[in-house]
Write a protein that binds this ligand. Structure first.
Ligand code: ADP
Ligand code: MG
Length: 384
């Protein structure tokens, strides 16, 4: 049964009638462009086939009843009192989106709703961005207001910053709201310009969750950001996005070895994102091979220059890269655990999945989770 069916069934069971609306927002995976976002650089994510769905029906009063399939919990609150700290923690992300809409003058009715999804939570595939975006979609549909997909994404970012208190970048929500089937999105994190990059036929995206939960990530993340700022200042640029390889070499003796390597990662990673986007979008063939090499180089740079990989990610990526039909693999996300991603020939993907899991489990003692996907469409809402 699909998630959409589960959510629809649950709605009928719970409320004894059919919903009026079903909204959907997908998770995302970043194909390449890691730690470039806060350096004003480039990222290349795709929306994935796993998504959060919410089915809803407006009510005549101001009460919201929200049922979570995945948290086995339901909650009730007033649409005019969204930040009550006694409400269940899981409901904070959906409430945040409603709060944003109310703050922007969208006068929302109460409603009954069921929310559920198949994006693994806390695995780095951004289930939180999907929840924010799906609730923005729902809220807008309930009032009849319209917004561009980009503005829905930026609304989700503000929910995360202002209601949740997480200073995230724009990539997750933009991929969730603006995704296009069979396309990756080349996002310029400075201008927020988005270019759709058609994925070549014949390849699957495989996401490999190492089952190693990210430790130390917050402090290391903050330190990397400081190092990038320090390097940019020495290089005399606004952000490392503006630095060049030549500029970096010219300033080498003014940079510590650590700052030099951090800057080299960002500069070369931005080049790899552009190269990968160009290769994937090319109609001449060979694009997957070139893009796959960019993924492999990205991993080496994140491991050696940026130092955000870990044993489990290195093992997973090495196993993946050694499989027949694998164009390239790398860690994805902030690092120190979480997921890796690979581009794999469609005909080889079954054997790839069958081989990678057991070898990884034997080497690490951890049980990985592999998800095969194509680049999927972004968020939307349907009347049912
Ligand atoms: P992720 O890395 O997957 O984004 P986060 O910790 O940032 O993980 O966000 C997880 C939160 O998002 C959950 O605690 C919950 O509030 C919300 N969430 C995610 N998926 C669902 C879902 N299927 N149903 C309800 N809430 C969800
Ligand atoms: Mg999140």
């Amino acid at each position: 049964m699909t998630v959409r069916d589960t959510v629809l069934d649950r709605f009928r069971e719970q409320f004894d009638e059919a919903p009026a609306l079903v909204a959907r927002a997908p998770g995302r995976v970043n194909l390449i462009g890691e730690h470039t976002d806060y350096n004003d650089g480039f990222v290349l994510p795709a929306a994935i086939e796993r998504a959060v769905h919410v089915a809803a029906r407006p009510r005549a009063d101001s009460t919201v009843t929200l049922v979570s399939v995945d948290f086995h919990s339901d909650t009730q609150f007033s649409i005019d009192d969204l930040d009550d700290p006694d409400l269940p923690a899981w409901s904070k992300y959906p409430r945040g989106a409603l709060w944003w809409l109310q703050n922007r003058g969208h006068s929302l009715p109460g409603f009954d709703a069921v929310i559920g999804g198949d994006i693994p939570i806390g695995a780095g595939l951004s289930s939180s961005a999907a929840v924010e975006v799906v609730m923005i979609e729902l809220g807008l549909a309930l009032t009849g207001a319209e917004m561009s997909q980009q503005d829905k994404a930026l609304a989700g970012v503000e929910v995360e910053h202002q209601f949740i208190g997480m200073p995230c970048g724009v990539m997750d929500q933009m991929a969730s709201a603006m995704g296009v089937a069979q396309h990756a999105l080349l996002i310029d994190c400075r201008s927020l310009d988005v270019r759709q990059v058609k994925m070549p036929a014949g390849a699957s995206i495989v996401i490999m969750d190492t089952a190693k939960r990210r430790g130390l990530v917050d402090s290391a993340y903050a330190r990397r950001r400081e190092e990038c700022e320090a390097a940019a200042e020495i290089l005399g640029v606004e952000a490392l996005r503006d630095a060049t390889r030549d500029g970096l070499e010219a300033a080498r003796d003014r940079l510590s070895s650590v700052l030099y390597r951090r800057a080299r990662h960002i500069i070369t990673e931005n080049l790899r994102v552009q190269a990968a986007a160009l290769a994937l979008g090319s109609t001449h063939g060979g694009g997957l091979k070139t893009a796959g090499q960019a993924l492999r180089d990205s991993h080496a740079s994140l491991r050696d220059d940026y130092e955000v990989s870990c044993y489990e990610l290195d093992v997973m990526v090495d196993i993946a890269n050694a499989q027949a039909g694998c164009y390239g693999a790398r860690m994805t996300g902030a690092g120190f655990g979480g997921c890796a991603v690979a581009l794999v020939d469609e005909g080889a993907v079954e054997a790839f999945v069958a081989a990678v899991g057991p070898v990884y489990a034997e080497k690490t003692g951890l049980e990985p989770h592999l998800y095969v996907t194509q680049a999927a469409a972004g968020s939307g809402v349907e009347r049912v």
